[in-house]
Design a protein around this ligand. Sequence first.
Ligand code: PMP
Ligand code: GLU
Length: 394
Amino acid sequence: MNQLSDRINNLSTSATLAMAAKARELRAEGKDIIGLSLGEPDFDTPEFVKEAAIKAINDNYNSYTPVDGYGDLKNAIITKFKRDNNLEYTASQIVVSTGAKQALYNIASVMLNDGDEVILPCPYWVSYSDIVKLNGGVPVEVKTDISNDFKMTAEQLEAAITPKTKMLWYSSPCNPSGSVYSKEELRAIADVLKKHPNIYIVSDEIYEHINFIGGHFSIAEFEDMYDRTITVNGVSKAFAMTGWRIGYIGAPDWIARACNKIQGQVTSGANCIAQRAVIAALEAPASSIQYMVDEFKERRKLILGLLGEIDGIKANEPEGAFYVFPNVSEYFGKTLKDKTINNASDMALYLLEEANVATVTGEAFGNPDCIRISYAASQEEIKEAISRIKVALS
Ligand code: PMP
Ligand code: GLU
């Protein structure tokens, strides 16, 4: 008999992590799988960050840290927010967590009561809807598509708001579409929210530095949104530190205190060595990671060019992050090698089985017409993967 809680029984498995696990499994069976499913930079963590971690070990950093992060790390985060985002925070407004994922979980758990609605412009990052549901919230999806560059308009937001709306969550640059909201687009969204003072915003800026058009803008920079915005960020993507598990927020004081309280009961705070290393990462000039951004830009050009040669795939032009989110719906209803493709999940499975390429179904991101392809892989792997996809679809 299933003795598990309804909460866990109703929770979906993370589709990105599940696909990565499946690819790993097939590789262990000897299959030559190219993994374009996981959003994980394939670079090494920069040397200066590794050295800071080694020094921390040798300096005997081994105790519990303050629950919300070391004071000097919080200072480095405050300086980063001021330097990169023109945002002023004090130490009590910063909380360091075990990845941006835990930061997001904290926010949902301290902000949502049962039945509170959270607006999620679609496509959204996989875990948003499940984190919201796990905390009693109700995700409200706002559909966008390739024709409007996968961005929610102010009118769409207005139409989605109800008396139960508590929050709006979005990422910019967006995982999975790579879309970046401009200052003007965010202003239009802020103008709608101004009329609804009880709605709070989660602005997930973890891909801030992987931006090919310049001009990253944080919605909290608008004075009238500052007190209602939780700015989420982390080092996983920009510094190739996914496994180090450090993320952080800048938030209104009362929300940050609540996140601190929950962490005090759940994790006691993030890993001490990783926190010391992140000080070095955040204090480094932007030029120290530019080589990775440049390489992602090259790969974006490569993958868009190659996808453009495949009939029936309509790829968007991402402005940031390291994903393309092509529409594959032209294939729906068609039978390829005895397999009927009815939706994006069928397509992702078909590509895994027939092309040995792992992607992720758009369904997990709230858009069943698309698949997500991560180009956080070498140019050689990208060339080989897209050529295999082309053969499998021809
Ligand atoms: N937000 C977005 C949009 C992401 O793509 C990810 C993926 N890692 C996260 C948050 C979580 O990042 P982490 O927990 O590794 O800091
Ligand atoms: N954020 C990455 C992705 O979307 C990592 C996997 C995860 O944390 O879900 O692939």
